[in-house]
Design a protein around this ligand. Structure first.
Ligand SMILES: Cc1cc2nc3c(=O)[nH]c(=O)nc-3n(C[C@H](O)[C@H](O)[C@H](O)COP(=O)(O)O)c2cc1C
Length: 203
């Protein structure tokens, strides 16, 4: 089984980004299990004084990321940028330096917005940040979903159904790419220079 942790950068109860993540499972390859993380709202503001011995909410996030074979991160766009909530979570997960649980993960990054641009500026920033943190970011179709409210629906009492065939097709492709990345440990390959550097510091 491939365990994928999905993280939404929105705390909003009716978040489109969170709803989108909940709608991904039917498009996952066989054997891939997607769990949507709950608890970003419990994280305190990042404080470097606490990074080595952080509060339980941070440990819970770090453990969930560590145990996952891969991640899907969905970001809203706030003022042409990443929401602070998501940046804060990634800062906690990235530390302590060279020991963070984030480096080496295989990641699919997406954005969604009711607007016409789909949050593409936030998505570009998210991908750049993840690559700088030594993650393998699945490329392929860019999933920045514009007018997201028109592409999600409820069918047969099942919430969070992805009703737009074009978006569904792209999701199918990136999830297959994520499985491929997990199978070939592409994240491990990307993180190797950082890990070697950390080992040289420790030795
Ligand atoms: C503080 C703030 C700033 C926003 N800035 C943008 C923006 O730059 N681009 C955009 O497409 N939407 C922007 N929006 C609208 C969000 O895309 C919209 O609220 C969206 O539903 C948030 O994602 P969610 O549904 O996952 O919570 C902004 C919303 C807020 C609250």
């Amino acid at each position: 089984m491939t365990r994928i942790l999905a993280i939404s950068g929105s705390l909003r109860a009716e978040s489109f980004n969170t709803a989108l993540l909940h709608a991904f499972q039917p498009f996952a390859p066989e054997g891939m299990q997607i769990e949507v993380y709950k608890g970003l709202d419990e994280l305190p503001h990042f404080n470097q004084d606490l990074e080595a011995n952080p509060p339980a909410s941070v440990m819970r996030l770090r453990d969930a990321i560590a145990q996952a074979d891969g991640l899907i991160i969905a970001t809203p766009e706030y003022n042409r940028s990443l929401p602070g909530v998501l940046k804060n979570a990634l800062d906690w997960a990235s530390r302590p330096y060279a020991q963070g649980v984030l480096a080496g993960k295989n990641v699919v990054a997406i954005s969604a917005s009711p607007g016409a641009q789909g949050g593409i500026r936030a998505l570009i920033q998210l991908k750049s940040l993840l690559r700088d943190l030594s993650n393998y970011v699945v490329s392929g179709p860019e999933i920045s979903v514009p007018e997201v409210h028109t592409r999600l629906g409820v069918e047969a009492d099942v919430q969070h159904v992805l009703t737009d065939p074009a978006t569904a097709g792209m999701v199918t492709h990136v999830l297959a790419g994520l499985q491929d990345a997990v199978d070939n440990d592409l994240g491990g390959l990307v993180a190797r220079p950082l890990n070697n550097w950390a080992a040289s510091l420790a030795g």
